[in-house]
Structure formats: C-alpha cells, structure tokens
Design a protein around this ligand. Structure first.
Ligand SMILES: Cc1ncc(COP(=O)(O)O)c(C=O)c1O
Length: 453
C-alpha cells in the first residue's frame, strides 16, 4: 500500500500550525519550486504528513490531489506519490566554476591509479572483520593524529617495506598528501619557517596548497640525478626521491646523502614507493636522517584516491606542531577506513594487492614503451604509474590541441614548470589512469597523438 512505502519520509515545509489547506498547498508548491523537494522524490504519505502536522488526513489528501492536477505531484495506483519529474521543477541553477567537467574519452593524466583495480573483495572482508570485532569507541570522534591501531600497523609496514625508521608515536594519519602538505606548511610556519622549496618541475597542486598554508614557494631545478641540492637555500624542501614527479628520475645516492646532511627540513613525498619494477631497491631517504626528514606515504596509488588516507612519519620536534595544525583543521580521515586499512596490512592482504597492481602496471609500462616511436626515449620507466617523454618546447606546445582532437587527457611539463626556459619540456604519460578495459583504446589514442607530433 502506498502509505506504508512512503510513511517514513521526513520532509520540511514552511507551514505554520493552523494556517489551513491553502497555506499547506502553497508550502508544498514552494518546496518543489525551490528544489527542496526534488523531481522524482517520494513525498510523505498523507497519513504521515497529517500526523506530523497535526491536521486531518483528508486535508492532506485534498492538497495532494489538487497539486497532482496542477502537475506538481504524480500519483498512481499502488505506488507512492512523487514530485513530478517534468514541468513544475526548480529553475536550473547555473553551474559554478567547480562544476565537474565531462570526462575525456581516454585518460593518461598522471597521479591516478586504475580505479577498477580497487580490491573490493579484500576491502569488504576486512571491513566485515573490523565491524565484528571493533569496540564501540570506534564510532566516537577518534584521535586526531589517527587510530593507534593503524599507526602501530603502519610503523611496522613502512619499516619493513620502505626502510623508514618510525614508531607509532611519531606517525600522523592525514587525508592524503594534500592535507599533509597543508598541515606541514602551517606547522612549519608556527615554528617560524616560512619558505618551502619544491622541485622544478613538480606537480603544481601541492605547491599551491603549501602556498595557501602560508609558505613562500621557491623552485630548485632537477636534473638526471634528481634535485640540485647545491642550489637549495630554503629551510625546508619537498622532494620525490624514489621517482621524481613528474620527470621520473631516481635521486642519486650522493644527492640523497647531501640532502640529508643539508640541514633543511626535508619532506619526502613517497607517493608511489610501492611501485618499483627493477630489482634495484630504493629505500626511503628518511632513514638517513629521521630527525630532519618527514616521510610521507599515501594509499591514493595503492588503493584509491577517494579514501583520502595517507601517513607521515615525523621528526620528534614536528610531532606536536603537526598534530596541533591538524587539529586546527577540524578534520581527519574516517576511523573505520583507518581500521580497515590496518586490517588489510596486518593480514598481508594489502601486500598481495600491491603485488597484483605492480604486475599490472609493469605490463602497461612495457606496452607503452613498446608502442613508442624509436626517436622518443622514455624517462622514469623503472617505477611508478607514469613515464616522461622529452620533447622540444615547440612540439610540447602543440600537444594540447592534438590531444583534444583525440579526446585524450594528458599533461605536458608546461603546467608543472616553475621558472626559466632551460627547464625540461615533455609529455607525461600517466599509464596508471585508464581502467583495464580502457587501456588498449587509450594506448591507441596515445599512438595517434605521438604520430602527429
Ligand atoms: C607527486 C604526488 N604526491 C602525492 C600524491 C598523492 O596525493 P594524495 O595523497 O593527496 O592523493 C600524488 C597524487 O597524485 C602525487 O602525484
């Protein structure tokens, strides 16, 4: 019966008690016109609304049938009454600058993992286990620095897999590197440090976030050995030593030693540290100077960016300032997700998943490399989810037009360079981005683009 379907629907109406049937009809019309009662939405049953408003059910029935006659509502035998889907709906609200852009047909943007690789089964199994065993406190606010269970698990995991020197008291869980860099920028500012160097080129998103958190941003060039440590003068610096983003080089051992001993506070963004394809292991720089280097890892590549889960292993002097800055944001990742991740890591389901993804991305990397014309020499192929193809500045400038014609989303270094004409130019191929069943088509679009360059 219609009533029982919809009787549990709560609905707000601008209606004063005792103001009568006409006022009730006006209130429902207004709710529909304003878009508060949306097209297709089930409205409260006549019985429930009459009960909630303290009026006779017959009054509501009359109002609904009048509004159905006017085209505001739709009712049919045996189904709940709904707001009409055509006609009397709200006026279209103009899109804002933040409206979602239509996705391109093919996607090779850097920094994105294949969303179809998310381990739904492993996640569901871990979630079930967590829900069965977790105490009720889990459903409270949680510790701003992150769940102790996850921090303990992570300390062991990053020690084992990345060689990071960490203990749970020095780990802080953040909503992605994006929140981490914001919070670090603020914490350093609170300590009187207001200049942060970034690799040039580097992804502009994180520079913008650091700048918004009060840091003055300075670029330091990168060559085939990584950051030009000899040109670093800032008191703090963000680096991607294992696989430079976006050029792809691995920081040379002498540069790592020089950076660790430079006296600067180093933020090591180990964003794709799990994905190394050659046998040459590159551990975390943090182990060289745990009291100067902040290690940052993220689940955005290994699981999904939508989880917004990352972790920092901090030098002792930064623990309290970072927790204070994090608390000031009033937000941290959901505790349940933290516990699910901890469960996956401690049962080794996470390792199994990462190995599977590594095999998938390595095979994509091989296919991309095999599809390249002989004159293009890829950089950064030993790790990660992207590679870089050097191009001349003139050819680089033609990429956006050609890519748009092939409905291909792809970046060049242009958007990520900070200064000067002698910085590298090239195409960034984010082969992690396409879902499995899109990869062949995407590779084809890339080949067409390269043929036209
Ligand atoms: C260089 C770099 N660092 C970090 C991240 C991860 O950012 P987040 O953890 O906010 O998703 C990305 C993702 O695109 C990246 O490209």
């Amino acid at each position: 019966m219609a009533d029982s379907w919809s009787s549990s629907v709560d609905a707000h109406l601008d209606w004063a008690p005792g103001s009568g049937r006409k006022a009730l009809a006006d209130a429902v019309r207004k709710a529909i016109r304003d878009g508060r009662w949306q097209p297709g939405a089930v409205v409260p049953s006549t019985r429930a609304l009459a009960h909630d408003l303290g009026i006779a059910r017959g009054t509501v029935t009359r109002v609904y049938s009048d509004l159905a006659a006017e085209g505001y509502l739709e009712s049919s035998q045996g189904a709940p009454t709904k707001v009409a889907t055509a006609g009397a709906g709200p006026e279209a609200i103009p899109e804002t600058a933040y409206a979602r852009k239509p996705s391109p047909r093919w996607n090779l943007e850097p920094g994105r993992p294949d969303p179809s690789l998310f381990p739904r089964d492993l996640w569901a199994t871990a979630a079930k286990r967590v829900l069965q065993h977790t105490p009720n406190e889990t459903f409270g606010y949680g510790e701003p620095r992150g769940s102790l269970v996850l921090r303990t698990t992570l300390a062991a995991y990053i020690g084992r897999s990345r060689g990071v020197i960490a203990d749970p008291a020095r780990i802080v869980v953040c909503a992605g590197f994006s929140q981490a860099i914001t919070v670090l920028g603020k914490a350093l500012q609170d300590l009187g440090i207001t200049e942060m160097a970034f690799e040039d080129p580097s992804f502009n998103r994180f520079r913008n976030l650091a700048e918004a958190s009060g840091q003055q941003i300075v670029g330091v060039p990168v060559d085939e050995h990584g950051l030009r440590v000899d040109q670093l003068t800032s008191p703090s610096v963000v680096v991607t030593p294992a696989h430079q983003a976006p050029i792809g080089v691995t920081m040379a051992p002498n540069r790592r030693t020089a950076l660790a001993g430079s006296g600067a506070i180093v933020i090591e963004d180990d964003y794709d540290g799990e994905f190394r394809y050659d046998r040459h292991q590159v551990g975390a720089l943090q182990a060289l100077a745990p009291e100067r280097v902040v290690y940052s890892g993220t689940a955005s590549k290994s699981l999904a960016p939508s989880l917004r889960l990352s972790w920092l292993a901090l030098p002792r002097f930064l623990v309290d300032p970072v927790i204070a800055a994090l608390e000031a944001t009033g937000t941290h990742p959901g505790v349940l997700e933290q516990l699910i991740l901890a469960d996956m890591i401690s049962t080794r389901a996470y390792d199994r998943h990462v190995r599977r993804c590594r095999a998938e991305y390595r095979s994509r990397r091989d296919k991309v490399v095999a599809a390249l014309p002989a004159h293009l020499k890829p950089h950064g192929i030993s790790a990660g989810l992207h590679l870089m193809l050097p191009l001349s500045r003139e050819v680089e400038a033609t990429v956006p037009g050609i890519a748009a014609r092939h409905s291909l989303a792809i970046h060049t270094l242009a958007a990520h360079r900070m200064t000067g004409a002698d910085n590298p130019n090239g195409l960034i191929v984010g082969y992690g981005a396409p879902a499995r069943n899109q990869f062949a088509g995407t590779l084809n679009a890339l080949q067409k683009l390269l043929a036209e360059l």
